[in-house]
Design a protein around this ligand. Structure first.
Ligand SMILES: N[C@@H](CCC(=O)N[C@@H](CS)C(=O)NCC(=O)O)C(=O)O
Length: 331
């Protein structure tokens, strides 16, 4: 099955899961929501909504595709939250979308793409470019913070530029996010779930994204817009949280002392990246930090300056370190 999903070499698993249980590999919980990864939270929510038993394995070990989350079941390793859902549906004979009309199936797919392929990037932009220092201070009070901020900003800049959204100004990126939130809010309307009284896959997807905004981006334009202009979004998240996460607080309590938090002997992306940058001189770092600061200031003041791109000042292909992930590298 792993091959069917387009994997390359599966990563090596060290612990044997409880017999017959599906294992969800994801980042450790944060102190405000169970995951700062929209995709990890989506997949865990889907498992809960479809009542499939699973156990969490928190850590930094990426899938064969280099990302989290991924699942493991009876020796098979499946990367990518959507491919995981396809696999779960088949294997456990569940399908939250089974009663949807074709029209709604089409709408569900469109909203999924809006959330994951567009809105998601505006969240990364806010977290890792605009407020990276603050974000890391609050979320990752580690000795390596200076290093994480530097590497993550560089990676996120490259990714945002490659996506295209990073070529817009700060105001434009926030406006794009607001348009997405408005569309979700308008479609949801007064309904309990996106398509009525029962949850479907898109509810798990949207919860993964919206929970970031309403609970884990305090003071952001996203949060302000979602709570003040789209007043049905937070209650929607609260409904899902209440119904599917009775153990919410227990999950959050796992932030400290978790496997990921302890950054074990297991090789992490951060450690790999640290090795990569050790050759850089302090002067180079200071220069980059200054540039980041200047960008941040420009962006904060809404200045276009000589460079409209709040998120990326470098032409394609110029910077190295393309391979890593987004800010989630440290989660
Ligand atoms: N399409 C993937 C996207 C997963 C993804 O982008 N995960 C991020 C965390 S939100 C990640 O692992 N980034 C790479 C990294 O952190 O190294 C899915 O649906 O699972």
């Amino acid at each position: 099955m792993a091959a069917e999903q387009g994997n390359s070499t599966p990563s090596k698993t060290t612990e044997i899961p409880e017999k017959g249980k599906l294992v969800l590999h994801q980042f450790a919980p944060q102190k405000d929501i169970p995951s700062h990864s929209a995709f990890c939270l989506k997949l865990e929510t889907y498992l809960r909504m479809s009542d499939v038993p699973y156990e969490n394995r928190y850590g930094m070990k990426r899938s064969a595709k280099g990302k989290l989350p991924w699942i493991e079941y009876k020796g098979q390793e499946i990367p990518d939250s959507s491919f995981c859902i396809d696999f779960i549906n088949k294997e456990f004979e569940v399908d939250l979308n089974k009663d949807l009309s074709d029209v709604n199936k089409g709408a569900a797919k469109a909203f999924q793409r809006l959330a994951e392929e567009n809105c998601y990037w505006t969240i990364n932009y806010h977290r890792y470019i605009v407020t990276s220092d603050e974000y890391f201070k609050n979320s990752f009070p580690t000795a390596f913070r200076w290093f994480l901020v530097k590497m993550v900003r560089k990676n996120v800049r490259n990714n945002l530029h490659a996506h295209g959204i990073g070529r817009h100004s700060k105001d434009e990126i926030y406006r794009i996010a607001q348009d997405d939130l408005k569309a979700i809010s308008q479609y949801l309307g007064e309904k309990t779930y996106f398509f009525g009284d029962s949850p479907t896959t898109v509810d798990a997807t949207l919860f993964g994204i919206l929970a970031q905004i309403v609970w884990a981006m305090p003071g952001s334009p996203h949060e302000k817009f979602a709570t003040e202009e789209c007043t049905n979004l937070k209650p929607y998240c609260e409904r899902i949280k209440e119904k599917y996460y009775p153990d919410w607080d227990e999950l959050l309590a796992k932030t400290k002392g978790s496997k990921a938090d302890a950054a074990p002997a297991e090789e992490t992306k951060e450690e790999e990246k640290k090795d990569e940058v050790e050759g850089e001189t302090k002067e180079e770092e200071a220069e980059e930090d200054k540039k980041d600061g200047d960008d941040g200031d420009k962006a904060a003041n809404g200045e276009a300056g000589g460079d409209e791109n709040a998120a990326d000042e470098k032409p394609d292909g110029e910077s190295g370190d393309k391979g890593g992930g987004e800010g989630e590298a440290k989660e």
